[in-house]
Ligand binder design. Structure first.
Ligand code: UDP
Ligand code: MN
Length: 253
């Protein structure tokens, strides 16, 4: 029996949501023994996501929790001002704890809906003992950020911003053994974590840097990219609206 991969994804209503979820699900379909925990940033589960999941072919759990008002980025605020998807990831952790009180042979990974994942990383992260780490492409204003290893251990991190943080690495660059999460029931991501400290807020309470397990060929390969879907231009749609029309709303995009 191989360990289960719990893939926790926060998701919210945006024009590219269905396209992003379609692309992601068709990556996940290639991964055996994976359970997708898709957590909507909304008060209730939406029909769009419900229908999408029912037809996607991936084994899933569907959850929803709305980010509290004071934590939502306002229009015009820079994207980094407030952490995104935090309550949702924490609800995913809670779901795992509730459903596997006696433990489970598995690993937890936080995978955003618009990143790009090489299938190789899944078979490597599956056997994580505590916390495994690997570099992430196209992130932090650099071509890549990630651990630098020597003799199979992480000696430092390549990042131009506060490399001494407990986990100076994007969410997409580490995975956590599920038992560690179940055995430490109070550990979750800190919704109030300072900028750049969200990853650290959970990892620092579970393992030390010396315990990080480097994957991706001693962290010399990029197997995950922090791609960001561009916001589609809606110029003509807006013009239509001004004239009192819109594209057929029964067409789900
Ligand atoms: N997200 C969310 N609620 C929000 C904004 C983002 O649940 O208000 C999710 C989003 O779907 C994604 C993750 O949080 O899975 C990270 O968001 P995004 O991709 O927009 O951030 P970026 O990658 O640009 O940091
Ligand atoms: Mn993203």
């Amino acid at each position: 029996q191989i360990p289960t991969i719990f893939f926790i994804t926060p998701t919210y209503k945006r024009l590219t949501q269905k396209a992003d979820l379609t692309r992601l699900s068709q990556t996940l379909l290639h991964v055996p023994k994976l359970h997708w925990i898709l957590v909507e940033d909304s008060h209730e589960k939406t029909n769009l996501v419900q229908r999408f999941l029912a037809g996607c072919g991936v084994q899933f759990s569907h959850l929803a929790v709305r980010t509290p008002k004071q934590l939502i980025t306002k229009e015009g605020d820079p994207r980094w001002l407030k952490a995104r998807g935090v309550e949702q990831r924490n609800l995913g952790l809670k779901w795992i704890r509730q459903n596997y009180k006696d433990g489970i042979d598995g690993v937890i990974y936080f995978g955003d809906d618009d990143n790009t994942y090489d299938l190789k990383i899944f078979e490597q992260m599956r056997y994580t003992k505590k916390i495994s780490v690997w570099p992430v492409g196209l992130v932090g204003g650099l071509k890549w950020e990630g651990p630098i290893c020597k003799d199979g251990s992480v000696v430092k991190f390549y990042t131009l911003w506060k490399p001494q943080r407990p986990m100076p690495l994007d969410m997409a660059g580490f995975a956590i053994n599920a038992k560690l999460i179940i055995d430490n029931p109070d550990v979750e991501m800190d919704t109030m974590a300072a900028r750049g400290y969200l990853e650290s807020s959970i990892v620092s309470r579970l393992a030390t840097r010396g315990e990080f397990e480097p994957l991706a060929n001693n962290c010399k390969e990029i197997l995950v990219w922090h791609t960001q879907t561009a916001e589609p231009k809606m110029k003509q749609e807006d013009r239509l609206k001004q004239m009192g029309f819109e594209s057929d709303p029964s067409m789900e995009v």
